[in-house]
Design a protein around this ligand. Sequence first.
Ligand code: ZN
Length: 290
Amino acid sequence: MAVDRSTPVTLPLGFWRDEKRYRDARMRPLRGRDEAALLESGAPRTRAEWTTTVLHRCIDALGPMSSVDVEAVRSLTVGDREALLLHLRRLTLGDTLPCALTCPSCEEKMDLELSARELLLDPHPLDQRWHEMRIDDEEVSYRVHFRLPTGADQEAVAARGARDAETAAQQIARRCVDRVVDAEGTELPEEAWPGSLVEELSEQLETLDPQAELIINSKCPFCNHGFSRLFDVAAYFSKELGGREERFYREVHTLAFYYHWSEQEIMRLTLPQRHRYIELINETLSEDRR
Ligand SMILES: [Zn+2]
């Protein structure tokens, strides 16, 4: 039966605790019991909440923490969470991510195989938690003191139900600003912040945490048109796992019925292991029928 072995992984930016940064984490694959918990949690979740839940279940250690609380998972940057989700997908279902894309020009469908490892970026050389940038707006210059967006920011903004991705990005950028000061060093109230702040800050955030937004560049084999697509790991992975409550329990039942394993033992299997055994049962049953 499967044993919980955890694998060391590296965070591109890192987890901060007591003003010290840690990049090491340990994860284990998602198992049946995690799938059951996700299925039974009921209420529709935002992608940010879903990400927090799966990561919290499968991260065994984060820097010096060997027991990882949910707040620590929320406090990770968006890019670190994306990296951990890619690792979790790779550990649970393998490295290959088959994708179907439609060409925006000729509308032909094409199949693409992405690799989770190749989507993971190298650790970022950044070693500070707070950042500063200068904005020049109508001949006045400002200094903006800010941090990178985290899962907690994504959850808070999603809970407020932003109308579209752009509004959400604006709300997230505003949450990340600690203070804005003018050339004299006077702190400005939010209503006096320069008009270009959100736009310029969003660009900075993309540069500082590039793992946060995965862009796939592709070329259509039919019409040669080049195009880019955003790849949302949470949307992709949750679709692979989700919405299969009836099928999930049928699979558990099949394994219990033929192997006489306990529910606890079956829940320890990963999805590919469960499917492998069910395939073998089906093969044996069809041989017997011959
Ligand atoms: Zn095309």
